[in-house]
Design a protein around this ligand. Structure first.
Ligand code: A3P
Length: 290
């Protein structure tokens, strides 16, 4: 366990940054012993990559089927956080297929998942937009250490001194270990450009048949403007001790390329250079703007 230079509320463990207030080494280690079920689905993202969006989609897909009646349940309850606040009994009581969400890196998730017992959906978003989104979210997140300006936040982001650690390590970790998991990769930008196709891909992956009308219905309900006015999707129920809702909203812009409104040319070039250095050996492609 090591301190995190630019964020005294975090500690680093196995390359990941945890909130001191919510975790310690022992509680993190225990997560790996969790016994998964074959039909568990773990939604995994680096923060600000479309987590709540995909959570909402999973919740909509499952409430169209035999989970009828969960339409009025908060998204956070149908797809709960794996690594927070759940007791063994809570986990056991969730009926199959259990849906979980987490930001954890591959070396921290349940060992069972690595033996392909359970499925993983990994959502990836271009990191300049992730960083921009995180900069704004940081102002709302009560437990995060505030940075005085975007430039300082970028320094922290590029050094991995933010919640969940380095974006580069997270993406690399999940990509290089992909064959250990039963995993579906989806891109935030593909969801923006053709949401219906991504919903269909998710259905196929989790073994859920959906007729055309239901598919359209899910895609319509998961559109940004719909989610923005849905208090359950917009996480208006998030606890005050974690989120200061006077400082912003979860559904902020929902676009591709907002980084251009924040980053100077010099900052963008600095980012590109580091990106090239860190990612050049990975065959991943990103959509940076439209
Ligand atoms: P922006 O801050 O760029 O607007 P996460 O859920 O991982 O924290 O990600 C939050 C980001 O996803 C925010 O990005 C948010 O607006 C965006 N988002 C959430 N729902 C969305 C939707 N239905 N369509 C597009 N973007 C969405």
């Amino acid at each position: 366990v090591t301190p995190v230079q630019r964020n005294c509320n975090l500690f680093r463990y196995k390359g990941y940054c945890f909130l001191k207030q919510l975790h310690n080494k022992e509680s993190v280690d225990a997560l790996q012993d969790f016994l998964t079920r074959e039909d568990d689905v773990f939604l995994v993202t680096f923060p600000k990559s479309g987590t709540v969006w995909t959570q909402h989609i999973l919740s909509l897909i499952c409430s169209e089927g035999y989970r009828k009646g969960t339409e009025n349940t908060s998204t956070i309850d149908t797809v709960p956080w794996f690594d927070f606040n759940l007791t063994k009994q809570d986990y056991d009581e969730i009926p199959s297929p259990r849906l979980f969400v987490t930001h954890l890196s591959p070396c921290l998730v349940p060992r069972d998942l690595k033996n392909k017992k359970g499925k993983v959906i990994y959502v990836i978003r271009n990191p300049k937009d992730v960083m921009t989104s995180m900069y704004y979210f940081n102002n709302m997140a009560v437990l995060s250490q505030k940075q005085p300006n975007f430039g300082k936040f970028m320094e922290a982001f590029l050094s991995g001194d933010v919640y969940a650690g380095s974006w580069f390590d997270h993406v690399r970790g999940w990509y290089t270990h992909k064959d250990d998991f039963n995993i579906l990769y989806i891109k935030y930008e593909d969801m923006i450009m053709d949401l219906r196709s991504v919903v269909k891909q998710i259905c196929t992956f989790i073994g859920r048949e959906m007729d055309e009308a239901s598919l359209n219905n899910v895609a319509e309900k998961a559109a940004f403007k719909e989610m923005k006015k849905d208090p359950r999707a917009n996480r208006e129920d998030a606890p005050e001790e974690l989120v200061d809702k006077s400082k912003g909203t979860f559904m902020r812009k929902g676009t591709i390329g907002d980084w251009k409104n924040e980053m100077t040319v010099a900052q963008s070039e600095q980012f590109d250079a580091l990106f090239e250095e860190q990612m050049k050996d990975l065959p991943l492609t990103f959509t940076w703007d439209l």
